[in-house]
Design a binder for this molecule. Structure first.
Ligand code: TYD
Length: 211
């Protein structure tokens, strides 16, 4: 049986990483065979690419180069880790996936959603999430949190860039609403967790019923 693919999406500082850990714990407790992974990175090759992308010394990187590096890291991730796990029947939970590139590179960098989707589709071989959890938080709040801590090359971009990313995500929610669940991540953590678990259970239960 084929597994299920869940991706977590949202602007920088939306609390995705905390929720990743809690989802992992939840799946362990319920003895659900799964892997957790993240982008950019997720594989040894991907981590090397990630280092190139986020390095603040690389501030002369062209937007097309950046988009292609994210797509290359993702292609390796699908090839080496995500697809084999799905074929094994596992649940794959991934911190960021294609939607991040569409919002950050497609809209934030102004390369175009369709253009960025096309270079990614080449590497994805039809592997798309069954469920996208979108962690929605007011962009001004999240940005303030991140810039205070310093941040990597992407996080260090100005407010205009992150505003573009946020608007990009909002457009994408309208464009691809089918398998996206919006989580109100401005709520206290236990409420965010409740919404998250509910969405995951809906996906898994639905699949059980179909069998
Ligand atoms: P990461 O360090 O994982 O940030 P976070 O913990 O906030 O998710 O990711 C580095 C940055 O890369 C982050 O600002 C989001 C950005 N990014 C893109 O611009 N495009 C992409 O396709 C992905 C996956 C991430």
């Amino acid at each position: 049986m084929k597994g299920k693919f869940i991706a977590l999406e949202g602007p920088d500082g939306s609390g995705k990483s905390t929720m990743m850990n809690l989802i992992n714990q939840y799946l362990v407790e319920h003895k659900i065979d799964h892997i957790v992974t993240r982008e950019p990175g997720g594989t040894a090759i991907g981590e090397k690419i990630r280092h190139l992308i986020v390095d603040r010394d690389n501030d002369n990187m062209g937007p097309e180069t950046e988009a292609l590096l994210f797509a290359a890291s993702r292609a390796q991730h699908v090839h080496e880790k995500i697809l084999p796990a799905l074929e094994d029947g596992k649940i794959v939970v991934c911190d960021r996936f294609l939607l991040s590139s569409l919002a950050y590179q497609g809209v934030g960098r102004g390369l175009g959603i369709e253009e960025v989707k096309a270079i990614n589709d080449f590497g994805l071989r039809g592997t798309y999430p069954d469920l996208i959890l979108f962690f929605h938080v007011d962009p001004e709040v999240t940005l303030l949190r991140k810039t205070k801590e310093g941040g990597d090359r992407l996080e260090a971009e100005g407010g205009m860039f992150h505003k573009g990313v946020y608007e990009g995500y909002m457009n994408l929610l309208k464009k691809y609403p089918e398998n996206i669940t919006v989580i109100d991540a401005s709520k206290p953590i236990d409420e965010v967790y409740k919404q998250t678990v509910e969405a995951i259970n809906n996906l898994l239960k639905f699949e059980e019923e179909k069998i």
